[in-house]
Design a protein. Sequence first.
Length: 222
Amino acid sequence: MMRLCAALLCLPGLALADVQPVPYDNLKTQPHRIEPFDTLPSAPEPGHRIDQHWRAAGLTIGERLAGQTVHDTEGFDTLRGAPTQPLRALPGAPGQTFAVAHHAGFGSNALFPVGPKGADLPEGRGEGSAALVFDTPQSAIGLRLHAEYPDPLGQRPAPGTARLTFHHATGQTTDLTLPLTHGVMSLAWRSATGITALTIQTTDPGGIALDDILYDVTPLAG
């Protein structure tokens, strides 16, 4: 397993072995599918509690991958264990999978991975894990992630990190630890080996929300 630190992303011209960061907006200009979580009516938090996996065309989102277990680490979900093949996304316990609600940072619905404290509490929404499984290997994916809101007065805790694990069609994985920032982060990656799944864990004090997942991106010719 290749363990790669997100600090590497800061070095000009350096590409990860199997995952290369690219501008989100570049992928968005190409033909693609997008999951904006807007099939449910807009509702303020706590929003809609989702106790099963989330299904979109070509994409399934769960709390974890089959074969993994979820543990409470100081109020955050931690994934342990090796996933079984074929990769499958599984929901969590009732009230600890997802919430879908209007998110002020995105200005639209977003997916809140729910942690150990449950969907009904603000400190539970956003502290959970998420597992994205694609029906076919992806040459490029993207998503928008929100951590802490902008804090001009410096009164809230600094944003934490997100741990992303890319599962490739070759059976290998690539880990990166992403330092989070205030506000919306638009993130995207390409992979020559094909991404079959992505798991996301966080230690952000305010929790995270996900929106506008890009996949099934049509490669540019030439």
